[in-house]
Design a binder for this molecule. Sequence first.
Ligand code: FES
Length: 161
Amino acid sequence: MTQAVEIDRSQVLQNVLEKNEFKASALIAILQDIQHALGFLPEDVLEELADMLKIPRSQVYSVVTFYKAFKLVPPGKHNIKVCLGTACHIKGGSELIRTLESQLGIKEGQVTEDGLFSFEPVMCVGCCGLAPVMMIDETFHGKMTPKQIPKILNECKKKEE
Ligand code: FES
């Protein structure tokens, strides 16, 4: 049986800042590290970060909102990544995105009402021979077709029951 562990956000922030020597010039790397640790960039952490780096909060927000890779809301329990690198794009990656939109009723970066799913396009994930590629959490699904998506989503839902 697993046990939920509350992540100490302030401790994460402290560790990331120490790693990056509290340098405001490393803001992007710091934001990446925080997102990697927490899964997204919570507002309170961004405000604390600005205060600790002694930079305006607007500067932090302008970076976060400029780069699509930064997330201000937590992803769904199962985050789906659809590769839109060249090989996957040519082999129908966009079709996979459209199917996810209709199956889940959300757009990229949004989360389903039950909190189970979110999805995002990504660039080449390094297995172009399997294009088009989709990942759910850490599992790769290669040579994907839109028809396979409902079955994969249902399997995920069943595991939650
Ligand atoms: S382009 Fe999709 S895995 Fe390389």
